[in-house]
Structures are given as structure tokens and as C-alpha cells.
Design a protein around this ligand. Structure first.
Ligand SMILES: Nc1nc2c(c(=O)[nH]1)N[C@H]1C(S)=C(S)[C@@H](COP(=O)(O)OP(=O)(O)OC[C@H]3O[C@@H](n4cnc5c(=O)[nH]c(N)nc54)[C@H](O)[C@@H]3O)O[C@H]1N2
Ligand SMILES: Nc1nc2c(c(=O)[nH]1)N[C@H]1C(S)=C(S)[C@@H](COP(=O)(O)OP(=O)(O)OC[C@H]3O[C@@H](n4cnc5c(=O)[nH]c(N)nc54)[C@H](O)[C@@H]3O)O[C@H]1N2
Ligand SMILES: [Mo]
Length: 748
């Protein structure tokens, strides 16, 4: 999220693609309601379902799943045709908008209407409102990401904002409403299969940086792998680990150093929340070892037929431990322990420490918590023998993760904000009284231990010291002869340099800033600001009003992705076979997170729409969370949504003889099926059904809840919709296509 929920109170219009905050972010949604009441902010919702958010919108477009790219190009077509784009901004701050303009020409309102199902007049009306009410804020969430073209969707939305000059403005920005309370923090910490913490990537240089910061030999890290080449390759992802397990029947070639996955340790994932449950079951059944660390009985244990070597470890909840978590707007908040862990449960970190002890690397694992930076750019040991959890871990993160500017996030500072949260403005997040000059939770980048955080990314109207910055210089200085740095006149307020500039390195700092470093400073500073333990490069940049990561253009063209500009591609299972031919899926991709991943070979295999003519969308309910075990294990919450169901339009249901409350089968092109209760709803069109993914415990009609250890069966169980979500994974991130797929329905 570039801005914050509070900041949306400054928006003149808010456009929401594939996000249902009234249900999924009900506390944050109050800011949108206040914006509407106080400022007459225009709220626009684009969703295949008439959601509770849509009910509060000024205008709503019922889009066919997976067609947001055509919709946004359609908006751009109208914007460019009328000259509503922000020309000066585009010229100074964007690379490649001309290519977008070319593609947008093809997407006339009529073409868009055919592909998206949204009438031309509605697209024109929405574009008018959105272009004429600036600054406008753009929200997205899972409705854009959970597609085989999810990454292109998430590039398209910022491009729309850039064209209108809405990025880097209070009341503007791309505001991605994140999931769990700490999903931003989990991502920042590198709980990803393709990066080290802090987005440092997997290059050898990154490993060497971490080896140094962790106080271990690089060679020691290498010795943990088959050979060094495996350190720089993506791992398996959560979506497709099962393909790596021996004896799982599939033709999906894996590349895993000649071996298979034998053990799975699960900490904080429900497993039944992942697509391809039938394949996941096969994966679980064929493991040598399955460990589930969870405060509840993880339903992976119920799904599998595996009889031995399945361990259920009682993890403590977040009420029984402390530490900080990162909110959707990149701000930190301390979470204090409420009670000691109950019974024999242990907090996650203690489970990991025990594991590290047994596996013989506890010292290497924990050493960095006792290390500190010294002003001469070296690392020293703190003068104590044992670490304090979680304060020393917090300070370790602040010391090491410089890429996104976590330097100012010391335990002491974060606690100070949490303890004084009443001293911050609800809209801007700005502190008052003794907190003046700081933003609540120091939204990153928080460059130094005295910096107050950056409320809105890429905002050049304030100085870097106050949280301003241009776009990041991450992709070189020029491309095809075009300058990739910001043009003259575009720079953060108060900057000594009034044009674009590269990221700050030891080699260029003197030339870029026009300063001279002393010999001691030169000896102390690291190669660039991201690996500089002395902090000198960042400090000197800030003194000159310069952003350490440079001042560059945002890229509308991403030349290292399969589609250089976002292109529409039909879902792998499209209800419009004619359009799948016109807008085909990607070529199949070998070794995508170690697994062959199919696109065109699936899409072109069959005319799926003949047998499976109904769109299937999955998502969330306000009464439940994620895989749902936490809620279904509560008698009172379970009572609110006691049964798995399918929202179906009465016209569609009655064609199949299904009455409200009848049981019905959902069949998928995968050959799988689930049995659920029909719930009539006018929120979906007659060509679409909607199901929540919060249930588990039943599998293809069979009740497996007899597998729960005595006394642990939840109050509500049912089919997981992920048994019938269709094959399909994003080409870059590998997120499953759980928002685009087809099904057939039948009365049970
Ligand atoms: N109560 C509750 N709150 C939650 C959660 C929960 O489980 N329960 N989960 C949390 C998590 S982890 C997350 S990630 C967030 C997710 O929050 P959201 O993304 O808001 O959640 P969803 O309901 O999955 O999907 C949002 C909307 O996308 C729409 N959609 C589907 N396909 C398309 C499409 O192709 N285009 C467009 N424009 N829209 C589409 C769906 O109809 C749905 O209304 O919620 C968080 N908050
Ligand atoms: N079809 C479909 N599938 C989806 C989605 C969708 O929209 N449609 N959305 C996807 C998204 S965005 C997400 S984020 C996932 C969410 O799905 P999950 O990641 O499965 O989410 P949760 O249910 O929140 O699960 C977390 C597990 O962690 C446990 N847990 C809770 N607190 C702790 C703790 O402190 N320590 C440990 N060790 N465990 C704990 C819970 O009991 C639960 O078993 O689902 C994805 N799956
Ligand atoms: Mo999520």
C-alpha cells in the first residue's frame, strides 16, 4: 500500500477492483465511509459480485472475472482520447507510457463491453467520474491477484494511476488492502520462495551480505545446500510443493537437485486454503514426515490418510507472545503478550529454537541478535551473553534490512508509538505533542533512528527527511536510449539535486551529492546504501535532501517479464472459447518455482465452456477467516455460518431443479466435485456461482471429521472449495487462479 487507510479520507474518488473491504477490512472501511460522508468522495466498485462494498458505492460495474486489464485499458482509452492524462507528470516521471497509449487504442468501450460484460456507457461514466475527481485512490486485493495473469493485473492498476498523476499524492496511490494483520511484515521478512529477507533477492552477493550480518561464514551457508548453485534458485512455493513429493502422480516435471520433498513442516497455514486439494491430499499421503504446528488441529491432518509420522504440535497464539507486526500501510505496531502460553503450547519462535537446537545450528541461528553496528562500519558483539526476545530480534531486523528502510524501527521506538497511539492523527497518521514529526508506526522507509517514517510513497511534495521521495532507481540508468531517471524539475522538496539521480553508492556519492568524504568516512562506508553498516551513505544523502534509492522513472514497460506491458489473456478455463483464441494464455513454463507449470496446454486442451459453463468465484465472509478452523472451533462464531454453501442465482439454480437449501454438487474440469448447500442470492449473475473457502473436513462428498483426535472436532465442517478450484497459477508469483475458473452444477 503506497498510502494508508486514513489517507483515503483525502481522496476525491476511490476506485475498488476485486476487493471487498466492507467484509474483509471492516475497520479500515470506516475511513471510506467517512470520506463519503465528509467529502462526498465518489466510491466506484468493480466486482463480479454485488458485494456489501458495492452496496455502499456510488457506482458499480459487474465485471466478468479475469477481465480487469481490458476494463482499465478501456478507461485509459477514454482518458487519452480526451487528453485527461497528466502530461507533465508522465513526461517527468514515467517510462514507456507511449506503449500503453498504443495498446489502449485497441480497447474501445465497445470492445471492452464484449470482453468484460460491462456496458460501454457504464465504462464511460466511471472513467468520467474517476478522471475528474483527483486525487483518486485505487484499491485492489485478491480479485486482481488470484489469476494466472495476476501480476499483469497488479501492474495495470498502477499504470492507470500514473497516467492520471495520482501516484505519490496524498489522497491518491495504489492501496492494496493486505490480508492477515502481519502479512506485510511476513513479506518484508522474506517468507517467500524467491528472496532473502528485505527483498535482497537470492544472488550470491545477498547471501554474502547476510552471512556477514548473521556472523556466520558464507561457506557454512553453502554447506547447507547440495551446492552453491541451489542458493540462487527459487524454492518450491506454497501453491505447488505437492508436485515435488515422490509418488504423486503427475506429469509436472520438477527440478529439485535430483531428489524429492520428503518432509513438510507447517506453521500458520491451513493447507485446505490452497488450490488443488486432491493433489495436496496425494502430496500429504506420500510424505515421510508431516509436522503441523498450530493452536488448533490443522485440517491437513484430517485430509490425509497418512497413519504414521504425523505430528501435531500445539503452537501458542499471538496473545501468548509479543513482538511487532506490520500493518497494510507499512507501519509497525508492538503487540504485547496478554497471557503466558497455556498448557504445553509454545510460541512459534520457541518451537523454531528447539528445532534449531536439535538440528545443531542454534548458535548460528540466534547469534545475530547479539550483534551491533559500530560507527566505523564494523560489527561487534553486544556485552551480554543471552538475547532478550523479541527486542533483540527487532533491533537485528532494523540493523540488517536497509533495502526498505527499516533502520529506524528499533524496539524502543515502536513501543513508544504503540504506547502513545492516542497522540496521532487518524487521517494523516502524523504525531502530536512529543510525537511531532513522526508518523504512527514509522511507515517504511524509515531511514534512520531519528527519521519519522514516510506516510505516502513517491511523494515529492515533502522532503526526504519528512518522508518524501521519488521513484526508485532499480533498473539501470537508461533503456533503449531513453533516460530512466526522473527529468529535470521532478525531485523531492528541498533537494540539493533538482533532477533525477541514481541510487547512492560509495563510488558515486561524492559526484552525485557534490561532497567530499573524509578518509575515515570512506573507509567506513559499504559498497552501497543497502549494505552500508556505517549508515554514512544514507545520512549524507538525507543531509542533501536526497533519497538513498535514487530518483527515477516508474516503469510502464517491464522488459524482463513475459508481457512487457500488461496484456489481456483469458483465464485458463474461460467461458468464452472465442476470446481464449484471441487472447491466449502464456506458453507453458518449465521450472517455475521448480515445477513445470502449464498455461496454453491447459487452455487449449478442450472447449471447457461446453461442459462447465458456469464461472466460479471464491472469496471471504465477514464471519470467518482463512481456512476457517479458528472460527469453526468456536461454538458461537460457528453458529453464524454453520454450513458450507454456494451462492447461486435462482434462475440458474431452478434450471437444474435446485431449490434454496437443497444440497448440490459442484463439478470441476479437474474431475473433482464437492457437495454443498444451495443458497439463493441475487449478488451473482445467472452465469456465476460464489463460494467461500473457509470450510474443510469433508472431501468430495465424504465426511472425514472422524479423523479428529477426540474432543477436537470443530463445531462446523464442510467441503473446501479448493477441491474444485481449477488448475492455474500466476506466471511470476505462482499464486493459484482461485478467482477464475469454471464449474458445472447438479442437484445432489
Ligand atoms: N472476514 C475476513 N476478513 C479477511 C479475511 C478473511 O478470511 N475473513 N482474510 C484476509 C486476507 S488473508 C486477505 S488476502 C484479504 C482479502 O480481501 P479481499 O480481496 O477483499 O477478499 P475476497 O473476498 O477473496 O475477494 C475480493 C473480491 O474480489 C472479487 N473478484 C473475484 N474475481 C474478480 C475479478 O476477476 N475482478 C474483480 N474486479 N473482482 C474479482 C470477489 O467477488 C470478491 O468480492 O482479506 C483479509 N480479511
Ligand atoms: N479458493 C480460495 N483459496 C484461497 C483464497 C481465496 O480467496 N480463495 N485466499 C488465499 C489467501 S489470500 C490466503 S492469505 C490464504 C489464507 O489461508 P491460511 O493461510 O490457511 O489462513 P488462516 O486460516 O488464517 O491460517 C492459518 C493457520 O494458522 C493457525 N494459526 C493461527 N495463529 C497462529 C500462530 O500464532 N502460530 C501458528 N503456528 N499457527 C497459527 C490457524 O489455526 C490456521 O490453522 O488462503 C488462500 N486461499
Ligand atoms: Mo491473504
Amino acid at each position: 500500500m503506497t498510502n494508508s487507510l486514513g489517507d483515503m479520507q483525502k481522496s476525491k474518488a476511490i476506485i475498488i477492483f476485486g476487493s471487498n473491504p466492507a467484509v474483509n477490512h471492516p475497520v479500515g472501511f470506516q475511513h471510506l465511509l467517512k470520506a463519503k460522508e465528509r467529502n462526498n468522495t465518489q466510491i466506484i466498485v468493480i466486482d463480479p459480485r454485488f458485494t456489501k462494498t458495492a452496496a455502499k458505492a456510488d457506482i458499480y460495474a459487474q465485471i466478468r472475472p479475469g477481465t480487469d486489464i481490458p476494463f482499465m485499458y478501456g478507461m485509459l482509452n477514454i482518458i487519452f482520447a480526451n487528453g485527461w492524462e497528466d502530461k507533465e507528470y508522465i513526461n517527468a516521471r514515467i517510462f514507456g507510457m507511449d506503449k500503453i497509449r498504443e495498446e489502449a487504442k485497441k480497447w474501445t468501450p465497445e470492445v471492452v463491453a464484449d470482453v468484460t460484460g460491462v456496458p460501454a456507457e457504464k465504462l464511460i461514466q466511471i472513467t468520467n467520474i474517476y478522471a475528474k475527481n483527483r486525487p483518486g485512490s485505487l484499491i485492489w486485493a485478491m480479485g486482481l491477484t488470484q489469476h494466472s495473469i495476476g501480476t499483469s493485473n497488479t501492474r495495470m492498476a498502477p499504470i492507470l494511476q500514473l497516467a492520471l498523476g495520482n501516484m505519490g499524492r496524498a489522497g491518491g496511490g495504489t492501496n492494496i488492502l493486505r490480508g492477515h494483520d502481519n502479512v506485510q511484515g511476513a513479506t518484508d521478512m522474506g517468507c517467500l520462495a524467491d528472496s532473502l529477507p528485505g527483498y535482497y533477492g537470492l544472488a550470491e552477493g545477498s547471501w554474502k551480505y547476510f552471512a556477514k550480518q548473521w556472523g556466520v561464514d558464507y561457506e557454512y551457508l553453502v554447506s547447507q545446500f547440495k551446492d552453491a548453485s541451489w542458493m540462487t534458485k527459487n524454492g518450491f512455493s506454497l501453491a505447488r510443493w505437492w508436485a515435488g513429493v515422490q509418488n504423486v502422480k503427475n506429469d509436472e516435471k520438477i527440478e529439485n537437485a535430483g531428489t524429492h520433498l520428503k518432509a513438510l513442516v507447517v506453521m500458520g497455514n491451513g493447507i485446505t486454503s490452497v488450490a488443488q486439494q486432491a493433489k495436496i491430499k496425494e502430496g500429504l499421503d506420500n510424505l515421510d514426515l508431516l509436522v503441523l504446528a498450530d493452536p488448533f488441529v490443522n485440517e491437513a491432518a484430517i485430509l490425509t490418510d497418512k497413519k504414521d509420522n504425523v505430528f501435531i504440535l500445539p503452537a501458542a497464539t499471538q496473545f501468548e507472545t509479543s513482538g511487532y507486526c506490520v500493518a497494510t500501510n507499512r507501519s509497525a505496531q508492538w503487540r504485547y503478550k496478554v497471557i503466558e502460553p497455556l498448557y504445553e503450547s509454545k510460541p512459534d519462535q520457541d518451537i523454531m529454537f528447539e528445532l534449531a537446537k536439535r538440528l545443531g545450528f542454534y548458535e548460528q541461528y540466534t547469534k545475530a541478535m547479539l550483534m551491533v553496528e559500530t560507527p566505523d562500519g564494523k560489527l561487534a558483539m553486544k556485552d551480554k551473553k543471552t538475547f532478550t526476545w523479541p527486542e533483540d530480534a527487532t533491533d537485528e531486523i532494523a540493523r540488517i534490512i536497509k533495502t526498505i528502510g527499516l533502520t529506524g524501527w528499533t524496539a524502543e521506538r515502536i513501543k513508544k508509538h504503540t504506547d502513545n497511539w492516542h497522540m496521532f492523527d487518524e487521517v494523516s497518521g502524523a504525531g502530536m505533542g512529543p510525537m511531532k514529526g513522526e508518523y504512527y508506526g514509522f511507515p517504511w522507509p524509515c531511514w534512520t533512528k531519528t527519521h519519522g517514517g514516510s506516510p505516502n510513497l513517491y511523494d515529492t511534495s515533502i522532503s526526504v527527511k519528512e518522508g518524501g521521495m521519488g521513484f526508485r532507481n532499480n533498473f539501470g540508468l537508461e533503456k533503449d536510449g531513453v533516460n530512466l531517471l526522473a527529468e529535470k524539475g521532478s525531485f523531492p522538496k528541498g533537494s540539493k539535486i533538482e533532477t533525477g539521480y541514481p541510487e547512492i553508492t560509495k563510488a558515486n556519492i561524492e559526484a552525485v551529492l557534490g561532497i567530499t568524504l573524509t578518509e575515515e568516512e570512506k573507509a567506513a562506508c559499504g559498497a552501497n546504501w543497502k549494505v552500508d553498516n556505517s549508515g554514512i551513505l544514507v545520512q549524507k544523502a538525507l543531509e542533501a535532501g536526497v533519497c538513498p534509492y535514487g530518483n527515477a522513472k516508474a516503469r510502464a514497460i517491464v522488459w524482463n517479464f513475459p508481457d512487457h506491458i500488461p496484456m489481456h489473456r483469458e483465464p485458463l478455463h474461460s467461458p468464452r472459447t472465442d476470446l481464449a483464441q484471441k487472447y491466449p494464455a502464456y506458453p507453458d513454463k518449465a521450472n517455475h518455482f521448480r515445477v513445470m507449470t502449464k498455461y496454453i496446454s491447459i487452455q487449449s486442451a478442450k472447449d471447457y465452456a461446453k461442459e462447465f459453463p458456469i464461472n466460479m468465484v471464491t472469496g471471504r465472509l465477514v464471519t470467518m477467516n482463512g481456512a476457517g478452523i479458528e472460527n469453526r472451533a468456536s461454538k458461537y462464531i460457528a453458529a453464524l455460518t454453520p454450513e458450507m454453501f454456494c451462492n447461486v442465482h435462482p434462475d440458474l439454480a431452478l434450471k437444474h431443479g435446485i431449490r434454496n437449501g437443497d444440497m448440490m454438487w459442484i463439478h470441476s474440469p479437474e474431475g473433482t466435485k464437492i457437495k454443498v448447500k444451495a443458497k439463493y442470492s441475487l449478488t451473482v449473475l445467472p452465469d456465476m456461482v460464489f463460494m467461500p473457502f473457509h470450510f474443510a473436513g469433508h472431501f468430495q462428498g465424504a465426511d472425514r471429521t472422524g479423523n479428529f483426535p477426540a474432543g477436537t472436532k470443530p463445531y462446523a465442517s464442510g467441503e473446501s472449495v479448493n477441491t474444485v478450484t481449477n488448475y492455474g497459477y500466476d506466471i511470476i508469483t505462482q499464486i493459484p487462479e482461485t478467482k477464475g475458473g469454471l464449474c458445472r452444477i447438479e442437484k445432489a
